[in-house]
Design a binder for this molecule. Structure first.
Ligand code: UD1
Length: 337
């Protein structure tokens, strides 16, 4: 039985990873400072994991968390491009300084492999589509710079210390438990919950910007594959994790309207600073070396996510944390690799 340390375990990706690791019969330790994650996201598995509410900026705490672990899945971050534009210092410490602490602690604890939640934002406005990993990055926002610098640290720790590291460039991951309540929340969590409440969502710009929106189960599968793939194929390397299909925001709104039965309209406001126009992944490297294939496409992912928010809102009062009904819904979509 292997032990996995998941950083950012109370986030929607971290908590989905925790469920998947438990489902394959392994042990989970998790750290989260609960700055953006929620304890509720772990409600029904909390008794089965070693959860530590702690900050990755404390090197001692990270060292202790790494002791005796085989794999580290480093998901902790303060996401959001516009939040990093508003507050680059906090973005830098949470998204870069914390990563260096994780790497130092993992190296010293002789962890087998570290898998890192990198970001498609590293590609920036490079005109080529789809984006492939050999392209020179061109980050725009402070968030993208911190995520890319963390990737370079991952690669450096493999080159300098032979700590096996794998970077997964996530393309706009979405799904159940993603927090919709912050002005910086991901667009799909926001749109779905706004439309379910009969409110009008806002599109920043003309709505023709497109994204390779990726359902969370695909990211989970990529992490588990990245732990097991031969080091010769994956260590010190970067891989796109996406679906290989892009959809623009106007079309996304139309699909959601149909799924939800929403009859209202969308508002348009000025484009956001630091925003990328188009994003689409080339998946050939991940397919070849990780054996990765997207299992859940965009529309199916949207259906599952809408269902989750719909049933989750029953019996809820002030937030979108987990309830018993959430756990029941989630179990219907149990993760399978
Ligand atoms: C970026 C990264 C993504 C990363 C995420 C972390 C790119 C291409 N993607 O996502 O990999 O996981 O940061 O935060 O860089 N929007 C609206 N209305 C809203 C909210 C957003 O129109 O209410 C628009 C945004 O302007 C943007 C698109 O929707 O054009 C997606 O925004 P968001 O969900 O915040 O993600 P990205 O910034 O694309």
């Amino acid at each position: 039985m292997a032990t996995y340390l998941i950083t950012g375990i109370a986030g929607f990706i971290g908590s989905a990873l925790a469920r998947a690791v438990l489902a394959q019969g392994d042990q989970v330790r998790g750290v989260d400072n609960l700055s953006t994650g929620k304890r509720d996201n772990l409600a029904e598995i909390l008794h089965r994991i070693d959860f530590r509410q702690t900050d990755l900026l404390s090197l001692d705490a990270v060292r202790s968390a790494c002791q005796g672990t085989d794999y580290v899945l480093h998901q902790a971050a303060i996401p959001s491009v516009p939040r990093s534009v508003a507050d680059p210092l906090t973005s830098n410490s949470a998204n870069l300084d914390a990563t260096v602490n994780v790497l130092v602690a993992a190296r010293d604890a002789k962890v087998k492999r570290v898998v890192y939640a990198a970001s498609s934002s590293a590609y920036g406005e490079t005109p080529t589509l789809p984006k492939h990993e050999a392209m020179p990055p061109d980050p725009i926002s402070p968030y993208a710079v911190a995520k890319l610098a963390s990737e370079y640290y991952m690669v450096s720790f493999y080159r300098c210390y032979r700590l096996e590291t794998v970077c997964l460039r996530y393309f706009n991951i979405f799904g159940p438990r993603q927090d919709p309540t912050s002005p910086y929340s991901g667009v799909l969590a926001k749109f779905i919950t706004q439309m379910l409440k009969g409110e009008h969502p806002t599109i920043f710009g003309d709505g023709r910007q497109s994204r390779d929106f990726t359902y969370v189960d695909n990211a989970v599968a990529a992490n588990l594959l990245a732990c097991k793939a031969p080091a010769a194929d994956v260590a010190g390397r970067v891989f796109n994790v996406a679906t290989g299909v892009r959809t623009d925001l106007n079309e996304t709104f139309r699909i959601l309207k149909k799924l939800i039965g929403y009859t209202g309209d969308v508002k348009y406001e000025a484009e956001r600073a630091g925003d990328v126009k188009h994003s689409l992944a080339d998946l050939s490297r991940a397919q070849k070396h990780l054996g990765y294939e997207p299992k859940v496409d965009f529309e199916e992912g949207l259906r599952r996510t809408v269902e989750w928010y719909k049933s989750g809102s029953v019996g809820r009062t002030s937030d979108f944390g987990s309830t018993i009904s959430d756990a029941v819904v989630e179990s219907k979509h149990e993760f399978k690799v």
